[in-house]
Design a binder for this molecule. Structure first.
Ligand code: SF4
Length: 487
């Protein structure tokens, strides 16, 4: 029996900062590691391999944004007599939907349960549904990266040290569906780091954790390990962690090359409304300068479509972001995922198309744009095209290659002794700005043809009621308090 683990290419890989990232699907290697040796296994990774389904059983992991694509593959394979097993976060949130396209589904974390699923597979008694449970740290084993063979990933040394997130941002499903926060034992992580060094000696480590440094005691041990191992690394971190001077100094001393920071919005009221109050009132521009002086490149993660966004606000946000002088800006449009705290209230108010991930195009919008720029909800001040316009405008102008930005990125690279990484960032920046500019030209033509301008939906004083209510419930800050805005 040949079992093939399938990694479907995410649309995000076509545009934005992920243009410099293609990473091995590490969770599939975790499952491969607990598959009985009596089963022959293989990997089909759309990022690197021609799409040929050669096997008897196919195991997919799926996230919401490409669930429809996976279901298409699954239906075709099953019609051809193959068996399909589906797992992943979307299956956990929407098990009944996934069951219609699979011989078996696995909800939650599959690692502990997988050997039993395989036994059932071998005995031809596969059940329709298996419910996994969070793997305790004591059961975590080192990932065997040899599973990925000689595939060529841009960031091959990808790994994760933690699972779950202790924050509760209302647009995010991680904190609700990734189980309790857990951290891999450092000796297990050390074995992975050693293996990655042997396989990819020149590659920096890329941590894919949602919130790697949430637990400061664990973070101290992890950073100490990285320092001892003399391994360079990049990671995401929350804006408040990024503004923590001592933490960032520790990161620099431990070999951090770059940090992707969840800024989302420069407007405090926006952050509070999506329960990201830990972002409010932070001196982020100062923190960027400090990180740069320590040799750390900064990628700003920006989210458009938050409740207080409006054309004038976005124009002002652009100026504030420019002043932050980040090495790269990653601009995305809010997506409301099932399982996120915002999903049900917005659905019940008719602001969201249900099961938007199954529709080819759920909201009349612009088919020329990459999927992740499609808009699946109604914003109270910005039409879908206006949101797309502003996302592309910000990406094209914030990432524009000016002599200042090039000099700055190279200076940080020199400071961090990481010129190759600086060059990769500049290349991503150039690519992002060019693609965004090209798409923006097309969107502007469509808007002109439709008689729509970039700010016609502007209505000062209107706030999305569901998002505002969410902010009030989760933070208590909206009760009469006037949130600070950028000047
Ligand atoms: S957005 Fe980030 S910080 Fe917020 S809950 Fe999700 S993973 Fe955690």
């Amino acid at each position: 029996m040949k079992l093939v683990f399938v990694n479907v290419m995410q649309e995000l890989h076509r545009f934005d900062s992920t243009a410099i990232i293609s990473q091995p699907p590490v969770p599939l290697a975790v499952l491969n590691g607990v598959t009985p040796r009596t089963i022959e296994t293989a990997l089909l990774d759309e990022q690197t391999d021609p799409v040929r389904f050669d096997g008897d059983v196919f195991a997919f992991t799926l996230a919401t944004q490409y669930a429809g694509k996976v279901y298409g593959y699954a239906d075709t394979l099953r019609a051809a007599g193959k068996r399909v097993i589906l797992g992943g976060i979307h299956v956990t949130i929407r098990p009944e939907e996934a069951m219609r396209h699979a011989d078996a589904i696995v909800t939650g974390e599959a690692e502990l349960l997988w050997p039993a699923v395989c036994e059932d597979l071998l005995a031809d008694r596969l059940q329709q549904r298996y419910d996994g449970s969070p793997t305790p740290p004591s059961r975590m084993r080192p990932v065997d990266y040899r599973f990925f063979g000689d595939r060529s990933y841009r960031t091959p040394a990808s790994l994760f040290a933690t699972r779950g997130c202790n924050r509760r941002c209302s647009f995010c499903v991680s904190s609700s569906y990734m189980g309790p926060c857990r951290a891999k034992p450092l000796d297990v992580l050390e074995q992975e780091i050693d293996q990655l060094h042997a396989l990819y000696p020149g590659a920096y480590l890329q941590f894919t954790d949602d919130n790697l440094l949430a637990d400061r005691r664990y973070a101290a041990g992890l950073l100490d390990l990285l320092r001892r191992k003399q391994r360079r690394f990049v990671t995401m971190l929350t804006a408040d962690q990024f503004c923590d001077r001592s933490l960032v100094e520790e990161m620099a001393a431990s070999g951090c090359l770059g940090a992707a920071v969840g800024i989302e919005s420069v407007d405090d009221d926006n952050c509070i409304a999506v329960n990201k109050r830990h972002n409010a009132g932070l001196p982020i521009a100062d923190a960027v300068r400090r990180a740069n002086r320590l040799g750390i490149q900064v990628c700003a993660l920006i989210m458009l479509g938050l409740p207080h966004d409006a054309p004038q606000r976005l124009a002002r946000a652009q100026r504030a972001l420019e002043r932050m002088s980040c090495s790269l800006y990653d601009v995305r449009i809010l997506r409301i995922y099932p399982g996120a705290p915002l999903y049900d209230p917005m659905l019940s108010r008719g602001q969201l198309a249900d099961a938007w991930w199954l529709a080819k195009e759920s909201v009349p919008t612009n088919p020329i744009l990459p999927g992740y720029l499609r808009v699946h909800f109604q914003h109270s001040r910005l039409s879908p095209t206006q949101l797309q316009y502003w996302a592309l405008k910000l990406a094209s102008e914030l990432d524009r290659m000016t002599s200042d930005s090039v000099v700055r990125v190279l200076r940080v690279g020199r400071q961090g002794r990481a010129m190759k990484f600086a060059a990769a960032l500049l290349s991503a920046r150039h690519r992002t700005a060019c693609q965004a500019r090209r798409l923006l030209d097309q969107v502007e033509r469509i808007m002109a043809a439709n008689g729509e301008t970039c700010d016609t939906a502007s209505q000062s004083g209107i706030v999305d009621p569901v998002l505002e209510e969410e902010g009030r419930r989760s933070s208590g800050v909206f009760n009469g308090a006037r949130p600070a805005l950028i000047p």
